[in-house]
Design a protein around this ligand. Structure first.
Ligand code: HEM
Length: 188
C-alpha cells in the first residue's frame, strides 16, 4: 500500500496513458483498413480501450487533485504543477468528449470519421505532453521523492576526489553509488 496519499496518482497514470494511447492507435489502424472483419475488431478494441481509459482517467484526475493539495512543495515547482494540472484537465475533457462522440458515432457508416480521428490525434498529443510534464515534476524537480539516490548524475564522470581523500586521511573513502553498484550485490 502506498505510504502517502499522493503516491496513488502515479499508479493510475499508467492505466490512463496505456489505455487511451492504445485506443487511439487502434482507431488509427481501423481508419486505414477497408471494411472487413479486422476493421470491426480494431474498432471494437479501440472503443473498449477508450471507454476504460476515460473511466480510469477520472480516478487519475481525482488522485492528481489529491496529490496537488497534499504533496510537500515550494514555489520553485508550483508553476509547473499548475501547468500540469491545467493541461491534464483539458486532456481529460477532450477524451470525455471523444468518448461521448464514439458512442453516438458508432452507428454511422463512416466510423471512425477523419474528423474524429484528427480529434483523437490532438488529444493524444495533449496526453503525451501532460505525461511529460508530470514526469518532469518528479524526475527533474524531485517532487514527491523522499530519498533521492545519492551519486553522480547520469553520464557524469566519477571524480577522482574519493581516491585523493583516501590517500590523505589513510581511511578508505566512502564509495560512490556508481562504484558499489548501488548496493552490496553486483547487478547481473
Ligand atoms: C490526464 C491526466 C493526468 C496524467 C496522464 C498525469 C500524468 C502524470 C505523470 C506521468 C506523473 C509522474 C508520475 C511518476 O512517474 O512518478 C504525474 C505526477 C503528478 N501529477 Fe499528474 N497526471 C494527470 C492529472 C493530474 C491532475 C489533474 C493533477 C492535479 C490536479 C495532477 C497532479 C500531479 C502531481 C502533484 C504530480 C507529482 C506528485 C505525484 O506523483 O503524486 N496530475 N502526473
Amino acid at each position: 500500500m502506498p505510504q502517502h496519499i499522493y503516491q496513488w496518482h502515479p499508479i493510475f497514470v499508467h492505466f490512463t496513458i496505456a489505455l487511451l494511447a492504445l485506443g487511439v492507435v487502434f482507431y488509427l489502424v481501423a481508419a486505414c483498413l477497408k471494411p472487413s472483419q479486422w476493421r470491426t475488431r480494431f474498432v471494437d478494441a479501440a472503443e473498449l480501450d477508450l471507454w476504460a481509459g476515460a473511466a480510469a482517467t477520472a480516478l487519475t484526475v481525482a488522485f492528481g487533485w489529491i496529490a496537488f493539495e497534499n504533496v510537500p512543495h515550494d514555489d520553485s515547482v508550483h508553476e509547473l504543477m499548475v501547468r500540469h494540472r491545467d493541461l491534464a484537465l483539458g486532456t481529460f475533457a477532450a477524451f470525455v468528449v471523444l468518448t461521448a462522440i464514439s458512442v453516438w458515432h458508432r452507428r454511422h457508416m463512416r466510423y471512425p470519421s477523419p474528423l474524429f480521428t484528427a480529434g483523437l490525434l490532438a488529444a493524444l498529443a495533449a496526453l503525451l505532453a501532460t505525461g511529460l510534464l508530470g514526469g518532469q515534476l518528479v524526475y527533474e524537480h524531485g517532487l514527491a521523492v523522499e530519498r533521492p539516490v545519492a551519486g553522480p548524475k547520469p553520464g557524469a564522470a566519477i571524480k577522482p576526489e574519493a581516491a585523493v581523500t583516501e590517500k590523505a586521511s589513510g581511511q578508505p573513502a566512502a564509495k560512490s553509488a556508481a562504484q558499489d553498484h548501488h548496493h552490496d550485490h553486483p547487478h547481473r
